[in-house]
Design a protein around this ligand. Structure first.
Ligand code: GRF
Length: 407
């Protein structure tokens, strides 16, 4: 569940649409605070009526933009915000706020960008006599409505539509587009890759695995029944190619999938489960969680916010699933603190030792492999599994396993 902070200046009809979305089942975001630079904004009342903490954050006369934004960032962070949604916020954001939430500030604009940026977009569109109008949700950069476009909605403008009616029609589209785009963003279906927004869809053979991941990690349903007699194999979601800071391309997937089938894979990611944001943050240990240490490490995100409790709770939950599912093998991402594995970043250095999930799984008898020793893992799988009635094809690695049983 991604904590979202909403910045407003006015009536708040888009805020209302976002709040409504959080009331639907399986909403991947929650609104933890609303901040307005305008004390008279109707949006503040709307938020408070919905039980959401709402604050006025005015820019004081003579106050530097940097200072104003620094305080804004502090307030957002105090509410655990990972993604910022602008909903009629009438200020151009600067470096201070944007760098605090890199690639994680969204805005809704009432035109089909890049046409008609800036103020009074609806009037501009009407004056230009457009035949199609609409709205855009985009990531915010330092320009005015110039950031990468996440999604748009458009409609044909009927003859003779007044400017007011055009504005109303656009607004209706905004109220549908913004909540859905924010939800997709929080489910990581929209990712920024090299400055462009990519609508992420897993490769076709992996769609069922993606469904499992979405259901278990976003909607928090129980995983499906494992393959009879065999159980699931836990695989880090990032290794399955799901968008993530470490390996969104799923570089290792072909090798893995060669030795597994979709039905075997139980994709796991404690960081997603702990709702640590989009894209997920860099996580650092304060203390080395070496194999000999039973002490829970202190884990912080890139902003220095401690996330230990939520993350370790998610690790426990993932490990419990693995036990329930009879998982005996896990393929985890190396150097990913909560998932893996053999080396973890600690005080700027790599230290040997498994991360929390690897330690936890090892305790319950699960064998953990990383990309360094996938082959070994596949060999182990090949020699341990009972063949199914359908008779899966023997992969080269499984064949090799026959000769390397002693590994
Ligand atoms: C909307 O038209 C939105 O596109 C623009 O500001 C307006 C905010 O309206 N960025 P509301 O406060 O959400 O009703």
């Amino acid at each position: 569940m991604t904590p979202v902070g909403v910045l407003v200046s006015g009536r708040g009809s888009n805020l209302a649409a976002l709040i409504d979305r959080t009331r639907l089942p399986a909403c991947p975001f929650t609104i933890t605070c609303v901040l307005s630079d305008n004390p008279a904004a109707g949006a503040l009342t709307l938020a408070r009526d919905a039980g959401i903490p709402a604050f006025v954050h005015e820019k004081l006369p003579g106050q530097k933009k940097r200072e104003f934004e620094r305080e804004l960032v502090e307030r957002l962070r105090a509410h655990g915000v990972r993604v910022v949604a602008l909903a009629g916020f009438m200020r151009i954001l600067g470096e201070t706020l944007l760098s605090a939430f890199p690639g994680r500030v969204l805005n809704i604009h009432p035109s089909l960008l890049p046409a008609f940026p800036g103020l009074h977009a609806q009037e501009q569109a009407h004056a230009a006599g457009v035949r199609y109008a609409g709205c855009t949700v985009h990531l915010v950069d330092a320009g005015t409505d110039t950031g990468p476009i996440l999604d748009q909605a458009c409609f044909r403008v009927p003859e003779g539509l007044t400017p007011e009616a055009l504005s109303r029609r656009i607004l209706e589209h905004e109220h549908r587009l913004y909540p859905e785009t924010l939800a997709r963003f929080c489910r990581r279906e929209l990712a920024l890759v090299e400055g462009r927004v990519r609508t992420w869809l897993p490769p076709a053979p992996l769609r069922p695995v993606w469904e499992v991941f979405s259901a278990t990690h976003f909607a928090r349903e129980a995983p499906p029944d494992p393959v009879p007699g065999r159980g699931h194999v836990a695989v880090s979601a990032c290794l399955c190619g799901f968008p993530c800071r470490y390996d969104g391309e799923g570089r290792f997937l072909p090798r893995l999938i060669d030795g597994l089938t979709q039905a075997d894979v139980l994709p796991v990611c404690p960081e997603v489960l702990a709702g640590l944001g989009v894209p997920r943050p860099r996580i650092q240990f304060d203390d080395a969680p070496g194999p000999a240490s039973d002490q829970a490490p202190v884990i912080r995100d890139e902003h220095g916010v401690e996330v230990t409790a939520g993350l370790l709770a998610a690790v426990d939950r993932v490990a419990d699933w693995c036990v329930e599912q009879g998982v005996r093998f896990a393929f985890l991402k190396e150097n990913s603190p909560s998932c893996g594995t053999l080396r973890v970043p600690c005080r700027g250095q790599r230290v040997p030792g498994p991360g929390p999930l690897a330690s936890r799984l090892a305790k319950v008898g699960v064998r953990v492999f990383t990309e360094e020793d996938f082959d070994l893992g596949l060999i182990a799988l090949g020699t341990s599994w009972t063949p199914t009635a359908e008779g899966r094809g023997q992969t080269p690695s499984r064949e090799r396993g026959k000769d390397e049983n002693s590994l």
